[in-house]
Unconditional design. Structure first.
Lengths: 381, 288
């Protein structure tokens, strides 16, 4: 779960990492008041979780009070990936002569945190070519020992950074690692970390992602789940331990496991269909979470037809069937449900479903997907 | 005769009195797996399944009394890293975590501990290890597979069931099926599992079931190319999905690199692996 820039910056500020002065504004009047207070020039930064903010005109420098209202109104009118801009971060602008990248990232294949520092920072760092060209050094961290000073020093030496800057880099790297650990982050990065003319390092832009599996012990973030990132369905689904993903199609899918989600989506794509939503009920789903999953698809107006594709190991077919029946009984909306149910307790599961209306059984993913698509075409004619 | 588990494996279950742990432990007993004990803190000294299986408070007590060498974990996600560490410290050789969705930093702690131990971790979010006719060390549906000479290794649990079902219908048997697990950070990967199959005299050919995310199939490809002598068939699911369709599944962990996407099938093909474009093609690629 990505945090907004202002959320990430407030965490870094509390950790004692040097940042430019900034305040959050919800309208043009607030932007003007804050700008006058901190002094021009200011940078106005649209708060969005969507990529490409800079290219869309969401980051603007304003040099004096005359322009401030116009520019902030322009930013508030921006819509990025259908999400309106609700907040602007007003930040004191200042000059710098060198940009770095400093991040704590997660190496999932090795299962370690990694300290990464690069001689090239800024927006271009993330573009593949310059990333390869830039001198970048990684240092794997043993999470049971923590980030050690010598490890930071090795990175700095390998990058050829002059010793008079080491202390500042070390303090920031250590504090950023603490931020990563304390917040159960999957990513904590400063890009760019800039060197001012007074030889001071400042964190100009910051990204933090929180590991979704750790939200149960990071309650502050769970409360702050941003509707612009997690839609109503996604948040509702989390309550029932479901993964809900929205897409632009018309077919609602319930599956157990990511592998079956990919397989179902690939089959849909082969016949030129997209899902409207894919709900992964994960392993061991209870009948009540299945009721919620089907209930959400029945209620979703974008969904015209529903596919349930379950091959249960720890997900038991009898409990799945009970959950489906309950959702169909509770809902006033009728939609066709195409079902494939195999695996643990398969026979008792299928027995339960024999008398259920609006429900058709299939044996393979391909047959299931084709039947739903055929129904859709019939419905359109 | 198989990998990771064999007829001599002494299997215990961590979380044997929980709803899922209890159900699947009973399935193991019913299908003849050598289940010899379990843990449920606070219920040590009790017995379950009509007095057939002893319950212990700790894994080390269970190991001392029963010589357990395989443990299957069914505890809740927030307690799973603790359970894995307990199993490592108690000297369990093969640890299988059925539970998934483990906090990222918890798994990093586990990975660090595994480096300094002899233990092998399968999972988290694994369906377990199935040796047909010998042991269902996990949650594989009953009667899914028959005994044979094909080794299977899969990242996804459900797709592993799909392939087992497909092979059984075609009359093809399996030596061992290993579910690596679907969590962002897992224990053993494709490469390690291929090494085990290479050393197993009962496995003559191998099926790999992969998907998007990470680069573990690509690492496996270079091993297949340079060292593996047994034929490999790969079914990579999800490679035809465009990045915007895949992205939502990876927001949790961000383990999706566009550099790796679409290259897995190609790397495996270049390493001499037979590629199945659809599941139905797999039986025809098997050497009978």
């Amino acid at each position: 779960m990505k945090l907004h820039e202002y959320q990430a910056k407030s965490i870094l500020k509390k950790a004692g990492i040097p940042l430019p002065v900034s305040h959050l504004a919800g309208n043009a009047g607030q932007v003007k008041r804050i700008s006058n207070e901190i002094g021009y020039p200011v940078v106005l930064k649209a708060q969005t979780l969507e990529a490409g903010r800079g290219h869309a005109g969401g980051v603007r420098i304003v040099h004096n009070e005359n322009e401030i209202e116009n520019v902030s109104n322009e930013i508030f009118k921006l819509v990025l990936n259908q999400q309106p801009i609700q907040f602007i971060l007003v930040e004191k602008a200042f000059t710098f002569y060198k940009e770095y990248y400093l991040g704590i990232i997660s190496d999932l294949d090795e299962g370690t945190p990694v300290l990464r520092i690069s001689e090239a920072g800024g927006a271009t760092f993330l573009e593949a070519e310059s990333f390869k060209d830039a001198l970048t050094v990684d240092q794997a961290i043993d999470i049971n020992r923590g980030l050690k000073d010598y490890q930071i020093r090795e990175v700095l030496v390998n990058l050829g950074i002059a010793p008079n800057y080491w202390k500042q880099f070390q303090v920031i790297a250590r504090k950023l690692y603490e931020v990563y650990r304390q917040n159960d982050a999957s990513l904590a990065e400063i890009n760019s970390l800039v060197l001012t003319e007074l030889d001071q390092l400042y964190a100009l832009d910051v990204k933090i992602s929180i590991d979704t599996q750790s939200l149960y012990r990071q309650e502050a973030f769970f409360d702050a789940l941003d509707p612009s990132y997690f839609g109503w369905e996604e948040r509702e689904a989390m309550k029932y331990n479901l993964d809900y993903h929205s897409f632009p199609g018309e077919i609602g899918c319930i599956v157990n496991g990511m592998g079956l989600a990919y397989l179902t989506m690939e089959q849909l794509l082969l016949i030129n269909h997209l899902p409207a939503a894919v709900i992964d009920i994960r392993g061991g789903a209870t009948s009540s979470s299945i009721t919620s999953a089907l209930g959400m698809l029945l209620a979703n107006q974008q969904v015209k037809v529903i596919i349930v594709n379950i091959f249960g190991g720890m997900t038991h077919c009898d409990e799945t069937a009970q959950g489906l029946i309950q959702a169909l009984e509770e809902s006033t909306r009728k939609k066709p449900v195409f079902l494939r149910l195999e695996g643990t307790n398969g026979t008792p599961g299928l027995d339960l479903l024999l008398k259920t209306e609006n429900l058709t059984l299939f044996r393979s993913t391909e047959a299931l997907v084709n039947a739903a698509a055929t129904w859709l075409r019939g419905d359109e004619q | 005769m198989s990998v990771l588990i064999n007829a001599d494996s002494r299997i215990m279950v961590q979380g044997i009195t929980g709803k899922r742990g209890r159900f699947h432990a009973l399935q193991m007993l019913a299908t003849g797996s050598q289940l010899i004990g379990g843990t449920s803190p606070g219920k040590g000294g009790e017995w379950c399944f009509d007095g057939r299986i002893p319950i212990f408070d700790t894994v080390s007590e269970c190991v001392q009394s029963t010589n357990a060498d395989v443990s299957i974990i069914f505890v809740p996600p927030h307690a799973t890293a603790d359970a894995i560490l307990e199993a490592i410290d108690a000297g369990i050789k093969t640890i299988i975590s059925i539970t998934g969705s483990i906090p990222l930093h918890d798994m990093m702690t586990v990975k660090s501990a595994l480096k300094n131990s002899e233990a092998v971790l399968v999972g988290p979010n694994s369906p377990g290890v199935l040796v047909p006719g010998i042991a269902n060390a996990g949650i594989f549906p009953n009667n899914l597979a028959m005994r044979g000479n094909v080794g299977i290794v899969s990242r996804s649990g459900t797709l592993c069931y799909e392939v087992l079902d497909c092979l059984t219908q075609a009359g093809i048997g399996v030596s061992t099926a290993v579910g690596l697990g679907d969590d962002p950070i897992i224990g053993i990967d494709f490469l390690t599992c291929l090494e085990l199959f290479e050393a197993d005299p009962r496995t003559d050919q191998i099926i790999m079931i992969g998907g998007p995310g990470g680069d573990s199939e690509i690492k496996a490809a270079s091993y297949i190319n340079s060292q593996l002598t047994k034929p490999v068939i790969a079914w990579i699911v999800g490679e035809n999905l465009a990045l915007p369709l895949l992205r939502p599944f990876f927001d949790k962990s961000g383990n999706l690199s566009s550099e790796v996407l679409n290259k897995k099938t190609r790397s495996l093909k270049e390493a001499g692996v037979l590629i199945a474009n659809k599941i139905e093609e797999i039986p025809s690629l098997i050497n009978r």
